[in-house]
Design a protein around this ligand. Structure first.
Ligand code: NAP
Length: 505
């Protein structure tokens, strides 16, 4: 049992903690809360099972594009990955296994959409409103909805008039038979790069509508043989050693190539040269090769890895279209130069709404009626250590401004688990009723992050043509924490507790 305030002296909320989202962010947070002694936890998720992204996404070719030893909880290494870049189904299984091992599923309620939450000042609790009208109360609220949870449809005229089949990659249609069909793929982001090589051999004809080319690097797509998996199982240190290599590689890509761009621009340029060599080796047609070449710097937009994406454009039935879409008609797509391509199925690999619908993913009203989304938009996207905001007591937001540490989502989640550990340890020690980050701590952290971003590829590189979702409409890049993983971890373990105010129980 968590030893906080004596709730008998006031109206008790129904729950000690409500977590919105049953993906890895929600699972990790719940594990941390149970370690701290919380038992009255409720995890709400709009889907019908846990796993977040890895439950929802099941398109062909789905796999991680960060090496799996790195793309997992440090405290829960998984010896079962079949490949260095594990398929999506193994991530979903990993989520199930972790939730079972830490007995987290018992807290989960599915098919439940949260609309908003309002801080009740008098009762010192959150009122959480569900889509069906029900209201729940909780002492602490954690929004763990991730960055990529609101699929985006393209704003192309005529989309609603299309009479063929439409599939968004985040809502894959398992029933639809693509064999022999004429398809159009809109988008060439990380998802399209994975789907296109899988569909190309079965589909009749595939036209890929590219607006902005991606930086695509070779993929060290090594299988992990059963014998090696057995070694990982018996001698976990061996898997730790592999993880050390994959962690360091990821860290170099982020810390040096992106955050330290001012000093290490040459490394960034080397990445571009390697990618150019790779394109040259894989794409024979010069015109197609040029069309696939980004005009912005490496790291402005999420780069990806694939050994068969470029090759797909060498097939007779795969066409790269760069003329730009003018509009969609009931049976096809018309490009800006007036050409029409008849289409049976429209594949939308158009990504996610990261800014408008997701920051925050639910409406959050804090102290004195402060609306989190409005405040962020009126001032700046800001959150102390990426998780807490002044005027929002007893609330943490996991996919917030400056929260994303490194390229692995797990690093972010584990940093937040450390933050929870230190913060709630203090709440418990004091028997506090509420915590709230101070305005000065929040401003100090914001200033530090924005100062550091000034050295990054985002600020100094040529990103103008990247159309990267890492930038918001004001040209700011407040998703990432532009520090090393080590700095981020240390900060969570040592932040000044005086950066928070606590009220007594
Ligand atoms: P994305 O990177 O946002 O790509 C969306 C694509 O759709 C872009 O090519 C975009 O073009 C295009 N698009 C959007 N609206 C359009 C319009 N109106 N007309 C024409 N084209 C349009 O989305 P994503 O590929 O789904 O990837 C999102 C993120 O998911 C990735 O960055 C990554 O973080 C994650 N992801 C991870 C993995 C993994 O293995 N871990 C796999 C897949 C995805 P513009 O670029 O011109 O805007």
């Amino acid at each position: 049992m968590f030893h906080g305030v004596a709730l008998s002296t006031m109206t008790a909320p129904q729950h000690d903690v409500i977590i919105v989202g049953a993906g890895f962010g929600g699972i990790g947070s719940a594990i941390q809360f149970t370690r701290l002694g919380f038992e009255n936890i409720l995890i709400l998720d709009r889907e019908d099972d846990l796993g977040g992204t890895w439950h929802v996404n099941r398109y062909p070719g789905l796999a991680v594009d960060v090496p799996s030893p790195t793309f997992s909880f440090w405290f829960e290494p998984n010896p079962n990955w079949s490949k260095l870049y594990a398929p999506g189904s193994e991530l979903k299984q990993y989520a199930l296994d972790v939730a079972d091992k830490y007995d987290i599923r018992r807290f989960m309620r599915f098919n439940t959409t949260v609309e908003g939450a309002t801080w009740d000042e008098d009762a010192s609790m959150w009122q959480v409103t569900l889509a069906d009208g029900e209201t729940l109360t909780t002492r602490f609220l954690m929004c763990a909805t991730g960055f990529l949870s609101q699929p985006a449809a393209p704003d192309i005229p005529g989309l609603e008039d299309f009479e063929g089949h439409i599939v968004h990659t985040a809502r894959w249609d398992d029933e639809y038979d693509f064999t022999g069909k004429r398809a159009a793929m809109i988008g060439t982001g990380s998802t399209a790069v994975q789907v296109i090589p899988e569909l190309a051999p079965v589909i009749g004809d595939l036209t890929v509508y590219q607006r902005t080319p991606m930086w695509v690097m070779p993929k060290l797509d090594l299988p992990i043989p059963a014998a090696m998996r057995e070694v990982f199982r018996r001698v976990p240190a061996t898997q730790r050693a592999v993880r050390w290599v994959t962690d360091v590689t990821q860290e170099i890509l982020m810390l040096i190539a992106m955050w330290k761009y001012r000093r290490f621009r040459a490394l960034n340029d080397s990445a571009k040269k390697l990618a150019a060599l790779f394109r040259f080796a894989q794409v024979r047609d010069r015109g197609i090769r040029q069309a696939l070449t980004p005009s912005y710097d490496y790291g402005c937009k999420r780069p990806t890895v694939s050994n068969d994406y470029y090759r797909a454009f060498g097939r007779d039935n795969v066409h790269l279209e760069t003329a730009g879409i003018d509009h969609i008609e009931r049976d096809g797509i018309v490009t800006r130069d007036g050409r029409k391509t008849p289409v049976d199925v429209l594949l939308l690999a158009t990504g996610y709404d990261v800014w408008e619908k997701n920051l925050p993913a639910i409406e959050v009203i804090g102290r004195e009626g402060r609306n989190l989304g409005k405040w962020w938009r009126d001032t700046a996207f800001q959150a102390y250590e990426g998780v807490s905001m002044p005027y929002f007591p007893n609330f943490l937001n996991s996919a917030g401004p400056y929260s994303w540490v490194g390229l692995s989502w797990f690093t972010t989640v584990e940093c937040q688990m450390r933050h929870i550990s230190r913060l709630f340890g203090e709440v418990s020690r004091r028997g506090a009723r509420t915590f709230e980050v101070t305005e000065s701590a929040n401003s100090r952290f914001y200033d530090e992050m924005t100062t550091r971003i000034a050295d990054s590829v985002f600020a100094l590189g040529n990103c103008a043509s990247s159309r990267s979702y890492w930038f918001n409409s004001k040209g700011e890049t407040p998703l990432f924490r532009p520090t090393s993983v080590r700095e981020a971890v240390t900060a969570q373990d040592t932040f000044a507790l005086s950066d928070y105010t606590f009220t007594d129980g």
